[in-house]
Design a protein around this ligand. Structure first.
Ligand code: URP
Ligand code: ZN
Ligand code: ZN
Ligand code: ZN
Length: 467
């Protein structure tokens, strides 16, 4: 099968090119400058020609932070690997890296088996795993090496959620030493959970049970403090560190300082922190519950700093932290106590559009859009150049994007398996038109043509940024 994408503007992290793209089987085999005349010959024996006049042709998005069917707070995130990866494809994301979750008393390898059983044969796009470590002991530490061998070389730890996923500084140090030895990345949920639990207890004791309290009891200072502490622990142990879902200026300051020191410290932010704010948590009635995630949404002034961080590369990646819970039967669990609202927001479908909106608003360049949503995720998590670019030899994970189209985000039209949208009514300039996953057209003409089971598990190489 030979497919040629003609007349588009090919975007990569280095810029834009008027070029045609040749796809054979699952891979890109050639790129030809528009006026080279080379494409005519290829086109003659092509099975299909896609006309991309006026469109961008960019590498498929890579969302390195999703939680499909994740157990949390007595319930489970509402997208399965099937529904969640389908929604991702609708939004131009062709690879996800999801989190396998070790529960206390279980082993990492049995956890990995469990997550393979959930995902294998069910995904519409390619996928990999990170491992959440919640029980640090001798077996766990040894198993970290086995996970790396199995292509799962990034380990998320929690300074939040005492009694559930939380690790002490001592446990973090042990895992960090192991990562320093085996080349893995430590990913950190950096919020001071011990202090937060006190603030939560005080709020509840004062009869403050409404969703806004979720944000008030998790102040930005406690994200800044934990981020700084994680960076220092990483420095002592020599482990590379990746701060997940960074939301606060104080945390960004700590990352910036570490990067200015030349350290292997990286961070991601998420669209919800760029577009939503603490005000959303304070919506009347129980509406605010729709916006409960951790770290919480911040006062709007943090957004300016996050966009700047994306420009300066102190924030290297935009991922979604997609973790959807239905408003009706799941967020409801915390109606009388905000601390029982399952934490997480839906978003896997809208990341490419929302960050393109940053291009429209003049916050980011086109090349940076591609870099933070695809190229850097691929390099950071050992998938480049198979993923994250359009070049001969790369997987043909390609998005044809119409930068002029207009759309309105809504739960009525989204494809995520959740009954509300945090972006309800938001107007977007730009729209995903066609999506290829390893050479197969999975989205075209407003219809999904992919299938469950097309997605393959990705054994990842080590991070490509470590000095
Ligand atoms: O609120 C969130 N972020 N839920 C998902 C779990 C996590 O901490 O990433
Ligand atoms: Zn987290
Ligand atoms: Zn998460
Ligand atoms: Zn439900």
């Amino acid at each position: 099968m030979r497919l040629v994408i003609r007349n588009g503007t090919v975007l990569t992290s280095t810029g834009a090119l008027s070029a045609d793209v040749v796809v054979e089987g699952e891979q890109v085999t050639a790129l030809a400058a528009r006026d080279s005349g080379l494409t005519d010959a290829w086109q003659q024996n092509a099975d299909r020609v896609l006309d991309a006049t006026g469109k961008y042709v960019l590498p498929g998005g890579i969302d390195v932070h999703t939680h499909m069917e994740m157990p949390f707070g007595g319930t489970e995130s509402h997208d399965t690997f099937e529904t969640g990866t389908r929604a991702a494809a609708w939004g131009g994301t062709t690879t996800i890296i999801d989190f396998a979750v070790q529960t206390k008393g279980t082993s990492l390898l049995s956890t990995l088996d469990k997550w393979h059983a959930k995902a294998d044969g069910n995904c519409a796009i390619d996928y990999g795993f990170h491992m959440i470590v919640s029980d640090v002991n001798d077996t766990t530490l040894k198993e970290m090496d086995a996970c790396v061998e199995a292509g799962v070389n990034s380990f998320k730890m929690f300074m939040a959620y005492p009694g559930v996923l939380y690790s002490t500084d001592g446990e973090i140090v042990q895992a960090m030493y192991r990562a320093a030895g085996n080349g893995a990345m430590i990913m950190m949920h950096a919020e001071n959970g011990i202090a937060i639990d006190q603030l939560v207890a005080q709020a509840l004791a004062n009869g403050r049970t409404e969703p806004l309290q979720h944000g008030i009891t998790r102040p930005p200072e406690l994200e800044g403090e934990a981020t700084h502490r994680a960076i220092r622990l990483a420095g002592v142990t020599g482990a590379p560190l990746y701060i997940v879902h960074l939301s606060a200026s104080q945390a960004l300051d700590a990352v910036t300082a570490a990067r200015d020191e030349g350290r292997n410290v990286f961070a991601e932010t998420c669209p919800q922190y760029l577009y939503l704010s603490l005000e959303d948590l304070g919506r009347p009635g129980f509406e605010g519950a729709k916006y409960v995630c951790s770290p919480p949404l911040r006062p709007a002034e943090h957004q300016r700093d996050l966009w700047r961080g994306l420009r300066t590369n102190d924030l290297s990646i935009v991922a979604t932290d997609h973790c959807p819970f239905c408003f009706k039967d799941q967020k409801e669990l915390g109606r009388d106590d905000f601390s029982k609202i399952p934490n997480g927001l839906p978003g896997v479908e809208h990341r490419m559009d929302l960050i393109h909106q940053g291009v429209v608003a003049g916050e980011l360049s086109l090349a940076r859009w591609v870099e933070v949503t695809s190229t850097t995720p691929a390099r950071m998590f050992g998938l480049y150049p198979r993923k994250g670019t359009i070049a001969p030899g790369s997987d043909a994970d390609i998005v044809v994007y119409d930068p002029q189209a207009r759309q309105t985000l809504s739960a009525a039209t989204h494809h995520m398996n959740v009954d509300y949208s945090v972006y309800e009514g938001m107007e977007i300039t730009g729209r995903v038109e066609t999506v290829l996953s390893r050479g197969r057209v999975v989205l075209e003409g407003g219809e999904f043509h992919g299938s469950r089971g097309h997605g393959r598990f990705l054994e990842r190489e080590l991070c490509q940024y470590l000095s």
